[in-house]
Design a protein around this ligand. Sequence first.
Ligand code: HEC
Length: 492
Amino acid sequence: MGTSLRRCEKILFLLVLISIVASYSCQKNPPANNTNPTANASPAASPPAMPPWPAGFPQQMPTPVISGNVPRQILVPGSTSSPLDARPFFDYFSWESFIALNWPALSGSRGVPNEPLNASIFFNAPNGTPVVWGTYKDSFDLFGQKDQRPSPWESSSSPVSPCPGGTAGQKTLIFTTKGDTPLMQTKQAFSFPLVDQQNNYAYYDIRYDEAQYNFIRGQDSDPTSWLYLLKNLAPKENAQFGVQMPMTTPAALGSMMVKAAWRISTPNDDPKRFYTSNAQIYDSQKQVCTPATVLLVGLHIAHKIDPFTEWVWSTFEQVDNVPPDPDVTPKPSPPPRGYSFNNGTDSPKTNGGYNYKPPFPGAGQPTPSPVQVSRVNPIPNTPAGQSTRDVNAYYQKRLQGTVWQFYQLVITQWPANPGIGSGKAFMLMQNGGVYPQNAGAAFPANGAVNTTMETYFQTENDAAGAGGNSCMSCHYRAGQSDFSWGLNRRAH
Ligand code: HEC
C-alpha cells in the first residue's frame, strides 16, 4: 500500500513537472500568428497562483491559476477510486478552461489570449472586451458559405455574411422563423425557442477553435478533405470509429467547440452582472440586421483532450438565470433585477423545468410570453466538501471585481473509460454501441444540461426522443461525426 501510494505521488509529481515545463514553453513560443509586439512584453515565469484549496479538497488538487492558457491536460491521480472521486479534478479543469476562454483576446488575431500570464489583463478588462472564444470562427463561417469555400482561419471576413454592411468580425446572431434551416439560431437543439422575462428570445452562438475549424475546412490542396461537404464527410463517418478530430496534447491544442446562449440587454438589466457584447441580430424574414447589446447567460465547452477521445463536456450559466437549487441554505435573496428566465414566484408551475414550449410565431406576430424555467438537475453537491458547488464558491470569490464572479459551473461530464481502438469500449451507435458504456462510460450518465440551452430536455422522459438529458448521451448520437452535432447536421 505504502509503496504504491509513493509511486502514485511520484507519477503525480512528474505530471506536475511536465505541466510546468509545458506552460513555460508555451510562453516562450508564442503562436506564429502572434504579431503584436506588446503581447509578450511583460514576461512572467508563471501565472499568479491563487490561495490554496479549502480543507476537504483532495491534497493532489492542482493549484488554481489565473491564466489565459487553456489547460492541455487533466490531472487525475491514480489514487481516485471512483469517477465521483475524480469530479473535483474535472471541475477544476472546467473552471480553468472557462477563465482561459474568457480571457481578453489579442486584437488583430483569432483565438489568441492577450498576455495570458498577466492576470491584470483579465481583471482590468472593461466589460465587453472581446474574449478568446468569441473570436473563434462561428458555425455560419464554416457551414453557411453555400458553394463557396469557408475563409482561412485568420481571415477577418467570410464570402457569405448575413449582415454584409456590418463591421468585420462582429458577432451576428441570426433570427429566422422559416423552420429548422442552417441559419436557425434561436431554436434550441432539436427543440423550441426560449423567451426570457423581458419578453425577448434567447439567441445561440456556436464556435469552433482553430484545430477543429481547420480540420473540418480541410486543406486547399485536397478537396476530398473538405468535410463541410457531405460527399466528403459521409465516407469518413462510415469508418469503424467515424470521423476523428485532432486531440489536445501537452504539446498542442486540439479540438474545442463552444456554444453560447445570449439574451438581449434591456434597461431593466444590470450589465455589471453579465458579460456583454455588441451583436447584429439578423431577421431572415425581414432580411434586416439590427444592432443589439447582448448578455451572456450560458456557455457550453466541449474539449477533445488526450486521453478523452469522447471529449470532456463543461457547462456554465449566469447565476441569475433561475432560482437556486431548493437544498441551498441559507436561501440566497433573488437577484436585484430578478431572474432572467423565472418570475421568482411559484406560478406558473414548471413541469420538467418549464411551463410551456413557445411556438415559433409567423412573420409580424408578437413574441410569445416568457417561459417560466427552473433547474431540474441540481448542481452536484458531491463529493461532500469538494463538489461542483464548492469549486464554484472557490472561483467566484477569486473572480470578484469581474463579471465572471456571476457565473457558475453547472456540471462537468466526461468519459470514465475513455479511448478508441482495441481493448477499449468505444463503439459507434450505428455499429451496435450502447450508451453509456460504449460512449466511454460517460459520468454522470444522465442529467447534465443547461437551463438556457436544453430547457425542454431536463428530464430523461422529455429527452428520450432527442437522445437523452445529458451532453454525452445526446452528442453520442452524432458519434460518427466525432460528437459534433454541428458537423453532423450542417454539412451540406
Ligand atoms: C438533446 C440533445 C442535446 C443535449 C442534451 C446537448 N446537446 Fe449540445 N448540441 C445538440 C445539437 C442538436 C446541437 C446543434 C448543432 C447545430 O445547431 O449546429 C448542439 C450543439 C452543441 C455544441 C456546438 C458544436 C457542435 O458541433 O456540436 C456544443 C459545444 C455543445 N452542443 C455542447 C453541449 C454540452 C456541453 C451539453 C451538456 C451540458 C450538451 N451540448 C447537451 C444536442 C444536444
